[in-house]
Ligand binder design. Structure first.
Ligand code: ATP
Ligand code: MG
Length: 403
């Protein structure tokens, strides 16, 4: 491939969204602008649902990797530019075909002429350009309009012409924040950051909620959650708010209450009630968890039912039908896996019952909760004592020194 001079970026599903389209496009532009601010020579142009990044010498591969973190993007293409001039287009087209690797034996030219003022229609142009390529190739190339080894696509725009072949898939989804806000229950394990990534890809703004049992759990366990949040912050131009909820008191009291194999069920219910309260203060309309059906005792269908009972907000579980191995693969792809497997204990690994209930009974659980007079007040306190951290992508270095 020739050295790309531009990247053509196509916006995704959001083009379907009629009325909201302008807002979505603005949001995408913000994200792309945020990405290219690290590449001062690069410039942006927006035209009819497409964004053109003009590289001006900035590295294509790095920018393309960055584009994979912009949600709402359906595909992109590395391209070269030509002037609005047939001879210049031919010259660049010949170079493009020569530079193609591996050398194609068959090719096809397709032309899209958004600029109707440009002379010749697209059909004629394809012939004029294809003919020039054939003459140069001296018999080593043939046209194949059905299954060409190389398709040279030529996009004639208002101010210039782009030549490209590949259409690479983007990450899809919607721009972060374009579909509302949810609170992500973030544990420090493998699953919840992946659930966060899926939520953001669906256009949700997320705020993290982490329950800790400091000093039983270490500061490192909290730092781990901060680092995971920072990985997620690479997918949004904004900061991510992370709510740190002190859970020590509730956990200790529940543990002393002889609830045995229902401890995890009770803890989870309490966590969700607290998260729901935080959500109402933050104008979030859903809770997101990293639960996956059947993975552990607290994630059987009855457990999920009993744990979620009484919560009015929708509980979104992006990973509910996924296999662990798939989740691990995604955690590696978004670079959270290595942090997640660090061995610092989580609040849920304290006081784990020997055989946590896989089939809890809602009536029994509710009766127990009624007898725990301390619970509503402690939950209220936990909400009040929650601390918010503001986490951005770039502060990475500062926090690395923490260890
Ligand atoms: P993960 O890998 O996300 O920790 P897991 O397979 O270990 O998930 P659990 O520990 O049962 O499963 O947790 C299920 C879900 O409950 C988590 O994905 C997360 O959304 C939420 N959760 C668990 N512990 C915490 C915590 N300490 N703070 C916030 N959310 C939590
Ligand atoms: Mg966990």
């Amino acid at each position: 491939m020739q050295h790309p001079e531009a990247i053509i970026v196509r916006l995704g599903e959001l083009t379907l969204k009629g009325r909201n389209r302008r807002r979505f496009e603005r949001r995408m532009m913000e994200q792309i602008a945020n990405l290219i601010q690290h590449y001062p020579k690069a410039t942006l142009r927006e035209e009819f649902g497409r964004v053109y990044i003009i590289l001006n010498g900035e590295p294509y591969a790095e920018l393309a990797a960055g584009l994979n973190r912009v949600f709402g993007l359906s595909s992109y293409s590395p391209a070269v530019k030509a002037r609005l001039d047939l001879e210049d287009i031919r010259r660049r087209a010949i170079e493009w075909v020569r530079g193609a690797e591996p050398a194609p034996r068959t090719f096809k030219v397709s032309v899209k002429r958004a600029n109707k003022a440009f002379p010749h229609n697209s059909h004629e142009l394809a012939h004029l350009i294809g003919g020039a390529i054939l003459r140069q190739a001296e018999g080593t190339l043939q046209v194949d309009v059905h299954q060409p080894e190389l398709e040279l696509r030529i996009d004639i725009r208002q101010h210039e012409v782009y030549l490209f072949s590949e259409i690479l898939p983007g990450t899809g989804g919607y721009p972060v924040g374009s579909n509302g806000k949810a609170l992500l229950m973030l544990s420090g394990g493998i699953d919840s950051p992946v659930a966060g990534w899926h939520s953001m890809r669906r256009g949700l703004e997320i705020e993290g909620v982490h329950f800790h049992s400091y000093p039983y759990t270490s500061e490192r366990a909290q730092q781990k959650v901060i680092d995971l949040t920072r990985k997620l912050a690479r997918y949004t131009p904004d900061r991510i708010v992370l709510h740190m909820v002190p859970f020590t008191e509730i956990q200790t009291r529940l543990n002393q209450s002889n609830c045995e194999n229902l401890l995890i069920t009770l803890m989870r219910r309490s966590m969700l009630r607290i998260a729901e309260q935080l959500a109402s203060g933050r104008k979030a309309n859903a809770l997101v968890t990293g639960e996956s059906l059947g993975q552990v005792a607290s994630q059987t269908l009855t457990s999920m039912q009993v744990i979620g009972d009484g919560i009015r907000l929708p509980i979104l579980r992006p990973l509910v039908m996924m296999d662990k191995q798939e989740i691990i693969g995604q955690a590696q792809a978004i670079d959270t896996y290595d942090i997640s497997i660090l061995p610092y204990e989580d609040c849920c690994t304290l006081f784990v019952p020997k055989s946590p209930a896989t089939n809890p009974n809602l009536k029994v659980v509710e009766r127990m909760e009624k007898s725990f007079f301390f619970l509503p007040e402690l939950e209220q306190q936990a909400v009040e004592q929650t601390e918010a951290l503001y986490i951005r992508e770039q502060e990475e270095d500062k926090f690395d020194e923490y260890f």
